[in-house]
Design a protein around this ligand. Structure first.
Ligand code: BES
Ligand code: MN
Ligand code: ZN
Length: 497
């Protein structure tokens, strides 16, 4: 999708959309178009009962008096309720309506569209952002691609506004966020025979061209570091496990970094505690946490964020095999703590245990936020609307909750505490890797907390939000890229110089 910004001109050919707020009489560009068409817009509005309600669209095909092949009025609802999210949604819905319409170009006019905290330039940029997010496709494995491509006709968008300069500037940042989200979506969508740990590490390494420092640790190095918890998960796999460290040092020299840690299980069969077949293919997305961290690091680098940020991802494949780890095995983590394996399908926490310990030990970060498709139980609790938030810190929790509301990637905090922690005590080792059915997402978080060593920390359980996402106005992709927007805002709002 080619996206650009221009001043308002009603002489465009192709599809021409005008965003209008609810109730008010047609003004500005909309009134001009009505005049040019000899009143066709007003007549159509009356006939269809269109008043500009949120989500309403009115299309006039082949109108007289203008070059446009069709005019589309798009309702934004009450002007007092205008929001960035609402404008993104309008952009996404408009793209959805026109992508296969045979139109190749769309112009969207925003005339006098702005809100209390939403200047006209940003409003226009948000519409473009919505179009961009909706236009994401993952069709590289479709060999009948040509035929499909022909069906998607819409190739270019011009957003017309009197604040084109500001819109261009605001959109430049949003496009970098979108690119980070698209990288995360791509990684989650890739099949597991292609995206195994080594290949994931290679794609992360490619980000070094953006100014990120990327290190890849293999099994020999992790063995030296004593990462018996992470390494045990990969024993059954033909693919070498990897730990990738990405560093973006855009902040002051010597300033403590912020750190993001991702679960990267490139495929989760459950291991010897094998999962049932139905839906197992979805476990290619069990690296959604690592994908988010990678996409986020990309966004921070491309927008040259004034922050020191570390991204650490643990990449493994969980397979059943003669060499695979067994229930009953006891492994020793890098922290020195021993873990009795009860269920080899509770592998994400084993990967994160060493990744978290390594991160705090090496970088002494201000905080660590980990993301993991950790438990099915989080979907029982929260569905796909909210990710689970667990934390040892109220301030960081509040910052994450606020950022989530602002970016429509919502998080809901769940409790932690000693009673839950007791559920993972083991009779043979320092702890066991499952705590039973009750409070399954919470005991998983308790397990992680044993590896953060008092560092300020938050854990996001994204099993419900990273993959198999409900289709929304701005996302049609199976892998959502969830978390990139949220964490980018966390950094931008609180941790940039
Ligand atoms: N990757 C799964 C969690 C998951 C399930 C993510 C469904 C996305 C969709 C995780 O490794 C897992 O298998 N968790 C187990 C833990 C249990 C064995 C304690 C689960 O949730 O059943
Ligand atoms: Mn599992
Ligand atoms: Zn898993």
């Amino acid at each position: 999708m080619n996206i650009s910004f221009a001043d308002i001109s009603l002489a465009k050919s192709g599809a021409l959309a005008v965003l209008v707020t609810e109730g008010a009489a047609l003004r500005g560009a909309a009134a001009d178009l009505d005049a040019k068409t000899g009143g066709a817009l007003k007549r159509a509005m009356k006939a269809a009962g269109f008043s500009g309600k949120v989500g309403a669209m009115l299309e006039v095909m082949g109108p007289r008096g203008v070059n446009a092949s069709r005019l589309i009025l798009v309702g934004l609802g009450k002007s007092a309720d205008l929001s960035a999210a609402g404008l993104e949604k309008a952009g996404g819905e408009l793209f959805g309506r026109l992508e296969k319409s045979k139109e190749t170009s769309l112009s969207i006019v925003l005339d006098g569209i702005s809100g209390a905290k939403l200047p006209a330039g940003e409003a226009a940029a948000r519409v473009a952002f919505g179009v961009k997010l909706r236009s994401y496709r993952f069709d590289k494995y479709k060999t009948k691609k040509k035929a499909d491509d022909a069906a998607v006709s819409l190739k270019s968008l011009i957003v017309m506004t009197r604040a084109a300069v500001a819109a261009r500037r605001d959109y430049a940042t949003l496009a970098k966020i979108a690119d980070g989200m698209f990288l995360a979506r791509d990684l989650v969508n890739e099949p597991p025979n292609i995206l195994f740990p080594g290949e994931f590490a290679k794609r992360a390494s490619a980000l070094s061209k953006l100014g990120l420092k990327v290190e890849v640790l293999g099994e020999a190095q992790m063995t030296k570091l004593g990462m018996g918890s992470l390494l045990g998960v990969g024993y059954g796999s033909q693919h070498e496990s990897k730990l990738v460290v990405m560093r973006w040092m855009g902040g002051k020299a010597g300033e403590k970094p912020v750190a993001f840690v991702g679960k990267g299980v490139c495929f989760d069969t459950g291991g010897i505690s094998l999962k049932p077949p139905a839906g197992m293919e979805d476990m290619k997305g069990d690296m959604g946490g690592a994908a988010c961290v990678t996409g986020l690091m990309r966004t921070l680098a491309t927008r040259k964020a004034k922050v020191n940020a570390i991204g650490v991802i643990g990449l493994v494949e969980n397979m059943p095999d003669g060499k695979a780890q067994r229930p009953g095995d006891i492994v020793t983590s890098m922290s020195g703590q021993t873990i009795e394996i009860i269920n080899t399908d509770a592998e994400g926490r084993l990967v994160l245990a060493d990744a978290l310990w390594y991160t705090q030990n090496r970088f002494k970060p201000k905080f660590m936020v980990d993301l993991a498709t950790l438990t099915g139980a989080i979907m029982v609790a929260l569905g796909k609307e909210y990710a689970g938030l667990f934390s040892n810190n109220d301030k960081l929790s509040k910052q994450l909750a606020d950022a989530g509301e602002a970016e429509s990637e919502k998080v809901w905090r769940l409790p932690m505490g000693a009673a839950y922690d007791k559920q993972i005590d083991s009779q043979f080792a320092d702890m066991k890797n499952t705590g039973g059915r009750d409070g399954g997402s919470i005991t998983a978080a308790q397990f992680l907390e044993r590896f953060v060593n008092k560092t300020t920390w938050a854990h996001l359980d994204i099993a419900g939000t990273a993959m198999a996402s409900p289709k929304t106005a701005t996302n049609r992709s199976w892998g959502s890229g969830w978390g990139v927007r949220l964490l980018n805002r966390l950094v931008a709002d609180h941790y940039e110089a």
